[in-house]
Design a protein around this ligand. Structure first.
Ligand code: PEP
Ligand code: MN
Length: 263
């Protein structure tokens, strides 16, 4: 069970050799989509150089329009593995269907369940059977209770290695892509022993808001962030408007220093 009533101490989930949920604030960074070897390797080097502990990148992309870039598929997973071996950073990537689980497990260290699949119970059971670390994102219109029960599906299938992710929810507000619900972070930390990370990229949809909301996430007690970065956002094949440039990523890490370095 994911409730604090059955386990009082915080769970620490390891992505490769990187603990999430311990004393250090974990910064997971990388592009929205893996686009090419050059794109991935260059951004991986930059985020690693500034202190990211894990690399994110989507190879299977849940796009609103079927005419938009859908991801590189297995070729993207192989590039993530290559980038991981080159930088030493473990990887996080989204699995969209049960049929993709085996290849994700072969190439990737932590499987992301995207917001659109938070209540895909067949997929939750399938990733629950892998034993791999799972980053479970809150659904676009899911309550906190529904998120915790989705996590329970993974846990009940035999996998306690779950990281919860607040990535913004749909509200009446349209100035930003989503409304980042930082209440959820503080609330879940009370209710559950699982680590919680924040995604300020999808939470805001606006590059300029990512650094302030990352600071807010650290201040409210999140265990880390998962953030999108691209060295040439204007050319990005997805979510370029919310990607941090290399310079902005450096600035982010500078501002998070007290949290990242906490003993
Ligand atoms: C992503 O991480 O690129 C993504 C699609 O996230 P979400 O499922 O939160 O929209
Ligand atoms: Mn994205």
């Amino acid at each position: 069970m994911v409730s604090r009533e059955v386990q009082a101490h915080n769970s620490v989930v390891r992505i490769g050799n990187v603990p999430v949920g311990g004393d250090k604030f974990a910064v997971i960074a990388g592009p929205c989509s893996v686009e090419s070897e050059q794109q991935l390797m260059s951004v991986a080097d930059v985020v690693k150089g500034h202190g990211a502990v894990a690399l994110r990148g989507g190879a299977y992309k849940p796009r609103t329009s079927p005419y938009d870039f859908q991801g590189m598929g297995v070729e993207g997973l192989k590039l993530l593995k290559q980038a991981s071996e080159a930088t030493g950073m473990p990887t996080v990537s989204e699995v969209m269907e049960v049929g993709q689980v085996d290849s994700l497990c072969e190439y990737i260290d932590c499987l992301q369940i995207g917001a659109r699949n938070m209540q895909n119970y067949g997929l939750l059971k399938a990733v629950g059977e892998t034993g791999k670390p799972i980053l479970l994102k809150r659904g676009l219109s899911a309550t906190i209770e529904e998120l915790l029960l989705a996590a329970e599906y993974i846990y009940d299938a035999g996998n306690p290695n779950i990281i919860l992710c607040e990535r913004g929810i749909r509200t009446f507000e349209t100035a930003t892509r989503n409304t980042l619900d930082l209440n959820a972070v503080a609330y879940i930390k009370q209710r559950s022993h699982l680590p919680v990370v924040v995604d300020p990229s999808h939470g805001t949809g606006v590059r300029e808001l990512v650094i302030p909301l990352s600071r807010a996430a650290a201040a409210v007690g999140a265990d880390g962030i998962i953030v999108e970065s691209h060295l040439n956002p204007a050319e990005a094949l997805s979510d370029g408007h919310q990607a941090l440039t290399g310079e902005m990523f450096a600035q982010l890490m500078q501002e998070l220093k007290p949290f990242v370095e906490a003993a």
